[in-house]
Design a protein around this ligand. Structure first.
Ligand code: NAD
Length: 357
């Protein structure tokens, strides 16, 4: 059938020894970039995404269009659909799963808690169940989050630091994911790598994130709400540029191959690893706004308000020594340059600037 042909074609690796990767959440921000990078170097890639309406679905469709142009097919489906997953695993011998599908965002959890349980817990278990019985057993790399550090205020955060005080349901489901994946590694020998991303930003980004909505409001002449932490301390984030995150994801997939012999010879026990993928230089939210103002050449109208108790943590800062050592991970884009690229994409994609409003 037409469907299978498209899947087969998308999964064809164009380099010898190439991986065959199922990317869940492929029409999402990070999923799109990782899929493109894998395809570009000659790996087989199949996308899976349920195109939910957490944010503007036309942006997800546009990303899907970009992927299609580069030979990546995205199946519309949910990671909770076991029938679909088993069918895919029957047809395609995936060597790796890049699992990025999730309900993201910390504040939305107050409105829609069940979607976090559906995608980040039930969906994850469902995917692991399918991987468990697949032949070959794929190596799994998946997105956890810096939010697991929660109320821990000992920065920079290292992987061995405590993660038992999540500040949001989102963080709690990511932490649960780390524990759930550990059991699948322990009992069924699945190779699993969890990546704690630190505030990822860049072209094709997520409209619900501050840098994106600030840009939109500033260009439309609307005010922006800037949260301030307790004791009037500015919030800060370890903003990490998308290309650096993509390199970390691909290095994790490659390392998982080496350690488990996934898709080839088995070389010992399956690995279970967790890495921080951050940028190691936190920037305060007011500084983020200043940089955007400079790039957009427009002054922002700011409403500065105390941070409500809605799941945000005051600051994040990654220690990336482990990822450096084991993955060769080395972020190279600072916020100034990364936002320049984002703003260029934004103005190109939405096709307007302040002067035209
Ligand atoms: P995103 O929302 O743009 O991408 C997630 C994609 O998954 C979406 O396209 C969505 O439609 C899809 N999806 C959600 N639930 C699904 C389901 N049940 N079945 C199939 N598809 C589903 O988010 P993103 O920023 O690209 O994030 C990717 C991953 O990285 C997520 O797991 C997120 O939690 C994690 N993460 C992101 C950041 C960040 O700053 N962007 C930080 C830490 C962790």
């Amino acid at each position: 059938p037409q469907w299978e042909k498209k899947v087969q074609h998308s999964c064809q690796a164009k380099r010898s020894g190439g991986m065959v990767v199922l990317v869940t959440g492929a029409s999402g921000f990070v999923g799109t970039h990782v899929s493109l990078a894998l395809k570009k170097r000659g790996d087989g890639v199949l996308g899976l995404d349920n195109f939910n309406d957490y944010y503007d679905t036309s942006l997800k469709r546009a990303r899907e269009g970009l992927l299609k142009k580069h030979g990546v097919f995205v199946i519309e489906g949910d990671i909770n659909d076991s029938k679909l997953l088993n069918k895919l695993f029957d047809v395609i011998p995936f060597t790796h799963i890049m699992h990025l599908a999730a309900q993201a965002g910390v504040r939305y959890a107050m409105e829609n808690p069940s979607s976090y349980v559906h995608s980040n817990i039930a969906g994850l278990v469902n995917l692991l169940e399918a991987c468990k019985t697949a032949n070959p057993q794929p190596a799994i790399v998946w997105a956890s989050s810096s939010s697991v550090y929660g109320l821990n205020d000992k920065v920079p955060f290292s992987e061995i630091d405590r993660t038992d005080q999540p500040a949001s349901l989102y963080a709690a489901t990511k932490k649960a994911g780390e524990e759930i994946t550990h059991t699948y590694n322990h009992i069924y020998g699945l190779s699993i790598t969890g990546l704690r991303f630190f505030t990822v930003y860049g072209p094709w980004g997520r409209p619900d994130m501050a840098y994106f909505s600030f840009t939109r409001n500033i260009l439309q002449g609307k005010p922006i709400t800037v949260y301030r932490g307790h004791n009037r301390v500015d919030l800060a984030r370890d903003f990490t540029y998308i290309d650096d995150i993509v390199k970390g994801c691909i290095a994790s997939l490659d390392t998982a191959t080496k350690s488990t012999g996934s898709g080839g010879k088995k070389k010992g026990p399956a690995q279970f690893r967790i890495y921080n993928l951050g940028n190691t230089s936190p920037v305060t939210v007011p500084t983020l706004v200043n940089i955007l103002e400079r790039h957009l050449k427009v002054k922002a109208r700011k409403n500065i308000v105390d941070m409500p108790g809605n799941g945000d943590v005051p600051f994040t800062h990654a220690n990336i020594t482990l990822a450096k050592m084991e993955l060769g991970y080395k972020p190279t884009t600072d916020l100034q340059n990364g936002l320049k690229k984002f703003v260029k994409w934004y103005q190109n994609y939405y096709g307007y600037s302040y002067s035209k409003m």
